[in-house]
Ligand binder design. Structure first.
Ligand code: GLU
Length: 368
C-alpha cells in the first residue's frame, strides 16, 4: 500500500470534521484521528497536519454565524478561533504523547522562493525535534488578493515544499465521483487517477462542485500540484472514526498517482505556483525552442497579459492559448511589452539599460 512506503505524510482535515452541523466539537473523532497519527509515527513516518477550523471554532466561541461574516470580522474571529483550535489539538494529542507545534502560513510564504525554503527548514527542524507541525493559513492577516482561501491548495503546496510522499485530503465526501452522487444514483467513485487531464475529461465537475465543504475544484487544483511535484494524493471521507486506518483497510477513496517527477526541487516549486502573475503568448518557433530545452527570447513573444514584476511567476502559452510552460520572468510586464518581437541585441537600445538577454532563462523555466 502506498502509505506503507511514504516517509513524509501530509494530512489535511476540513472544518466539517472538527465541528458537526449542530456546532458541536467532534472530540471523539479527533481522539480517533490522534490514535491514527500515533500509528503512523510508530512506523517512523513524519506527519504534518493542515487543519482548518479557526473560523468555525471562533464562531462557536463568539456565537456567530460563519455565513454573514465580513472579511475584517472573520480575520478577528480566526484569531480567536486559532488558539481554540490549537488548544483542542494540544489536549487531544498530548493524551497520545504526541508533541504538536503551530505553523501559520500566508500565500507569500509558499510562493516566494526564499520564504518557502525558510518554511521547509522549519518543518525539517520540527521533525528532528519530534514535533508534529499543525498548519493553517494565517487568516488573521491574509486578505483576499493574497490569500489561499482554501486549505486544499495550501496543503498541496506544503506537501511539495516538504518533499512529502503522500497528501491525504480528508473531507466529507468519499472521493471524486463521475457525477454528483447526491443527485445521480449512477455516480461512480473514481478509484484511481493517473493523468488528470486525460482521466477526468468526461467528468462533469459542475455538479460535483456543489457538494463538500471546500468544493471539488480546489481539490483538483491540489491534485495537479501534487502530480507535478512527485507526491501521491488521496482524497477520502474523514467523517468516520479512525479515518486513516479506514483508508488502509477499506480503500474507499480516490487515489491520484503522481507522475514520476524528474524535476529538481527548484523546478518543482516553479511548476506548482498557485498564483502566476501573468502570461506570455509565444509563437511556434519559440515553443519548439522551449521543447528543446532553450530559454525564451523576446523575439518569440507575441503578447503579454497581466502586470508582473521582474522575478514573478508567469505562465507561457502557445498561440492557441494552451499552457506549454511556466517560469520566472527576468523582466517586468512593462519591459516585456517594449521588447517583445525584437532581437535580443536590440533590448539594450529599447530599454535604455543593459539587462539579461533571455526573457525567461532555461534554468527558471519548466516545460509542461
Ligand atoms: N483557514 C480556514 C480556517 O481555519 C479554513 C480554510 C478552508 O476551509 O479550507 O477556518
Amino acid at each position: 500500500m502506498l502509505l506503507k512506503n511514504s516517509k513524509i505524510v501530509v494530512i489535511k482535515i476540513g472544518s466539517s470534521l472538527l465541528v458537526d452541523k449542530n456546532k458541536k466539537i467532534r472530540k471523539k473523532w479527533l481522539s480517533s484521528f490522534a490514535k491514527d497519527v500515533q500509528k503512523l509515527k510508530d512506523k517512523n513516518k513524519k506527519v504534518i497536519i493542515v487543519s482548518s477550523g479557526a473560523i468555525a471554532l471562533g464562531c462557536i466561541k463568539m456565537n456567530y454565524n460563519k455565513g454573514g461574516l465580513k472579511l475584517d470580522k472573520s480575520q478577528a474571529i480566526a484569531s480567536i478561533g486559532q488558539i481554540e483550535l490549537m488548544n483542542l489539538f494540544l489536549n487531544t494529542f498530548s493524551k497520545y504523547n504526541l508533541n504538536i507545534s503551530q505553523i501559520l502560513l500566508t500565500l507569500e510564504d509558499t510562493e516566494e522562493r526564499r520564504r518557502s525554503l525558510n518554511a521547509k527548514r522549519t518543518f525539517e527542524n520540527l521533525f528532528n525535534l519530534d514535533f508534529i507541525p499543525i498548519v493553517n493559513e494565517n487568516d488573521t492577516i491574509a486578505t483576499s488578493e493574497i490569500k489561499y482561501g482554501d486549505n486544499d491548495r495550501l496543503a498541496s503546496r506544503v506537501a511539495q515544499i516538504t518533499n512529502a510522499d503522500t497528501l491525504i485530503l480528508l473531507s466529507d465526501v468519499d472521493g471524486l465521483f463521475t457525477k454528483n452522487p447526491k443527485i445521480f444514483k449512477d455516480a461512480k467513485l473514481i478509484k484511481k487517477v493517473e493523468n488528470l487531464n486525460k482521466d477526468l475529461i468526461n467528468t462533469n465537475f459542475k455538479g460535483i462542485n456543489e457538494f463538500g465543504s471546500g468544493g471539488m475544484n480546489t481539490k483538483i487544483e491540489a491534485a495537479k500540484i501534487c502530480q507535478l511535484s512527485g507526491c501521491n494524493m488521496i482524497m477520502a471521507n474523514g467523517l468516520y472514526l479512525n479515518p486513516i486506518s479506514r483508508i488502509i483497510t477499506q480503500n474507499k477513496c480516490t487515489l491520484f498517482i503522481s507522475k514520476v517527477s524528474k524535476l529538481d526541487a527548484r523546478k518543482k516549486w516553479i511548476i506548482s505556483s498557485v498564483s502566476p502573475k501573468g502570461e506570455l503568448i509565444i509563437d511556434d518557433g519559440a515553443k519548439k525552442a522551449l521543447k528543446n530545452g532553450k530559454s525564451l527570447l523576446a523575439a518569440g513573444i507575441k503578447k503579454v497579459n497581466g502586470k508582473f514584476k521582474k522575478g514573478d511567476h508567469i505562465k507561457i502559452l502557445d498561440k492557441s492559448n494552451n499552457e506549454c510552460a511556466r517560469g520566472l520572468c527576468s523582466f517586468s510586464s512593462n519591459e516585456v511589452e517594449k521588447i517583445l518581437g525584437h532581437q535580443s541585441k536590440e533590448i539594450e537600445k529599447l530599454l535604455g539599460y543593459i539587462t539579461k538577454s533571455e526573457v525567461v532563462h532555461k534554468d527558471d523555466l519548466v516545460e509542461i
